[in-house]
Write a protein that binds this ligand. Structure first.
Ligand code: BJW
Ligand code: ZN
Length: 257
């Protein structure tokens, strides 16, 4: 059973008080894990998937984000990814991405551990300076050959040819994880391991509705960690959170430093 200490007391009150208390806790723990989702990039102008202006309001996940969709109509799938790659290429990381990179540096300076797990494929954490990221759902800037399996970085946006082809002649697919596909095994194992030994887990900008990623907070919680949610709206794991900071990550995360 989890024992709450006085400094990590569950706090549902005023956001300012929660931020101060969580900041103190982050300064003291030896290990921190964060799980980010599309919401952390919303303030950079990248649409989220769900919610009022989410991608899934306009586009069907079955038609665009499954291996069957790619087999059926690779050109349609690539048009959507090409459009998103163009949007992302023009975007910049925001204060939330930079705050997490800084938090990692501070943890390293005090010999603590910091693991950044992301469901995002946009690369904005990398561009903000985060390192050793665990990318659960791949990377939109990677392409993988459906014939020979070769994976490579491709940052051309827009692409000249849709669908793009590998040197071997087969089609390339986006290096992301679609519904029904397994997460990259080594990455998933490292994420579970980090969650099993962390003292605090920050869950930022995710609806926590897509599994197995959404299950990581429970792994941390079952191992005795405190869980803090940063989100302007309710999410699928609010019921197990010790801290709920209602607000935009681009505003809240810099205040945790
Ligand atoms: C802000 C904000 C601001 C806004 N600041 N916050 C039941 C149990 C377990 C699993 C399943 C199940 N039923 C089905 C499954 C399987 C399925 C799944 O989970 N489906 C659910 C939808 C029900 N999962 C899978 O298929 C996964 N694979 C798998 O399970 O493998 C094993 C297996 C294999 C074979 C057969 C069976 C099992 C793979 C999941 C892959 C997800 N892929 C996508 C697309 C990636 C590529 C791409 O980008 O195109 O990943 S879908 C999409 O959802 C994307 C995201 O990473 C993912 C999560 O979304 P996220 O990040 O949470 O975004 P949103 O939009 O949902 O939420 C944004 C949040 O931000 C909101 O809460 C806002 O309030 C908030 N916000 N502004 C802070 N400024
Ligand atoms: Zn090939």
């Amino acid at each position: 059973m989890r024992v709450a200490t006085s400094i990590l007391r569950p706090f549902w009150g005023c956001v300012d008080d929660s931020i101060s208390a969580l900041r103190r806790a982050l300064n003291e723990v030896e290990s921190i894990v964060t799980l980010t989702g599309a919401g952390i990039s919303a303030e950079s102008g990248i649409p989220t998937f769900r919610g009022k202006d989410g991608l899934w309001r306009k586009f069907s996940p079955q038609a665009l984000a499954t291996p069957e969709a790619f087999r059926r109509d690779p050109k349609l799938v690539w048009e959507w990814y090409d459009w998103r790659r163009c949007l992302i290429q023009k975007a910049e990381p925001n204060g939330g991405h930079y705050a997490l990179a800084e938090l990692a540096r501070r943890q390293a300076a005090r010999s603590g551990s910091f693991t950044l797990i992301t469901q995002n494929v946009d690369g904005l954490h990398d561009r903000a300076g985060s390192q050793n990221l665990l990318k659960l759902h791949g990377d939109i800037w990677l392409v993988r050959c459906v014939g020979c399996g070769k994976e490579q970085c491709n940052e051309e946006a827009p692409l000249k040819e849709l669908p793009p082809r590998c040197d071997c002649g087969a089609w390339l697919r986006p290096g992301v994880v679609w519904f029904g596909e397994e997460l990259p095994r080594g990455v998933w194992e490292r994420a579970v391991e980090a969650c099993s030994r962390t003292k605090i887990m920050l869950v930022i900008g995710t609806s926590a509705t897509v599994y197995p990623a959404a299950g990581l907070a429970k792994v941390a919680r079952n191992a005795g960690a405190q869980v803090a949610v940063v989100n302007p709206d309710p999410s699928g794991i609010d019921d197990l959170a010790d801290w709920i900071l209602r607000g935009l990550s681009g505003e809240i995360l810099p205040r945790l430093l």
